[in-house]
Design a protein around this ligand. Structure first.
Ligand code: BEZ
Ligand code: FE
Length: 311
């Protein structure tokens, strides 16, 4: 008979036959995680086995710490079922759940470790659209003249401080009431407050928009109910979204934030980083208004981005 062997992950003994490990013991409260993980020993996909073993270990540890009643466990199952039922072509409640638990930002951080000096990333969010129009530099992305006018300008640089020519800048923002165009179809013009620009040879960019405002993440579903039960608000501080792309550089998905926003220290999705704070300066000086092409006071935001070289 084939000899008994030890599982690599635990002290359990198995019969090995034709490369399939068969456990000899039975499931107990004490050995629960090990016995489940060892059942995957014959997995064809080593990464899947590793992932499932880590998830099993941590999930069983959480259940052992929490000691849920049967009713509580069923409530958890019902919550996840509702999260699934809330998903459709334009609503992804599981991503929202990952966002409010800080998991989206953690995955983002792990996958976007930047060299020193490079601009930091943050979450993409659900409101990006692929086909926003490419606009001449300096264009106003606000198509309905609502909100407080804003001028955004800066440079796209490499980590040595050299300008990046023809970098693609995809920007989008919520309006002054905190809604994206895709949330208010028919109320806001299509592609309102979105645009794609290309930097000049000196790496500069500038465009007009409106001062953004804080807004709630979609909170009419199970994730919003969970936040309310936890005593958490659903708001994101005012921000502008950017995707920056240039040949030879890593694509950067990021935001800039208004540091004076009331929710700057409590973003519902943990997206704020100190390096992404930008000053929203109110300009009232008539000469500067004229120079910038405004006939009333406006907010000016100056922010440079530094792209990391491709790996
Ligand atoms: C956003 O900033 O657009 C966003 C990010 C995460 C969840 C919801 C909205
Ligand atoms: Fe946003």
């Amino acid at each position: 008979m084939t000899p008994k062997v030890n599982c690599a992950a635990c002290s359990h003994k198995f019969w090995r036959s034709e490369d399939v490990m068969t456990e000899t013991g039975y499931f107990t409260e004490a050995n629960s995680a090990e016995i489940v993980a060892s059942r995957n020993a014959g997995a064809k996909d080593a990464r899947l086995a590793e992932v499932m073993s880590a998830i099993t270990r941590h999930l069983h540890a959480a259940v052992k710490e929490i000691e849920p009643t049967q009713d509580e466990w069923f409530e958890a199952i019902q919550f996840l079922t509702k999260v699934g039922h809330t998903c459709n072509d334009w609503r992804q409640e599981f991503i929202l759940l990952s966002d409010v638990m800080g998991v989206s930002m953690l995955v983002d951080a792990i996958n976007n470790r930047k060299p020193s000096g490079a601009s930091e990333s943050t979450v993409l969010g659900p409101f990006h659209v692929e086909d926003a129009p490419e606009l001449p530099m300096g264009s106003d992305i606000c198509l309905d003249q609502k909100g407080e006018p804003m001028l955004v300008k800066g440079r796209i640089l490499d980590t040595e401080g050299n300008p990046i020519d023809a970098a693609k800048i995809d920007v989008w923002q919520a309006n002054d009431e905190g809604f994206y165009d895709v949330q208010q179809k028919g109320l806001q013009p299509e592609f309102n407050l979105r645009g794609v620009f290309r930097t000049e040879a000196d790496g500069t960019y500038h465009f007009k928009g409106v001062k953004p405002k804080f807004y709630p993440i979609p909170d009419d579903g199970p994730v919003g109910q969970m936040l309310a039960k936890l005593g958490r608000h659903p708001f994101r501080p005012a921000h502008l979204h950017y995707i920056l792309e240039a040949d030879g550089f890593e694509t950067l998905i990021t935001h800039i934030f208004d540091p004076d926003d009331p929710y700057i220290h409590s973003d519902a999705v943990f997206g704020v980083k100190e390096s992404l704070l930008a000053k929203f300066e109110l300009i009232e000086d008539p000469d500067r208004l004229k120079e910038a092409g405004f006939d009333a006071p406006y907010y000016e935001v100056v922010h440079d981005f530094v792209l990391a070289p491709s790996k």
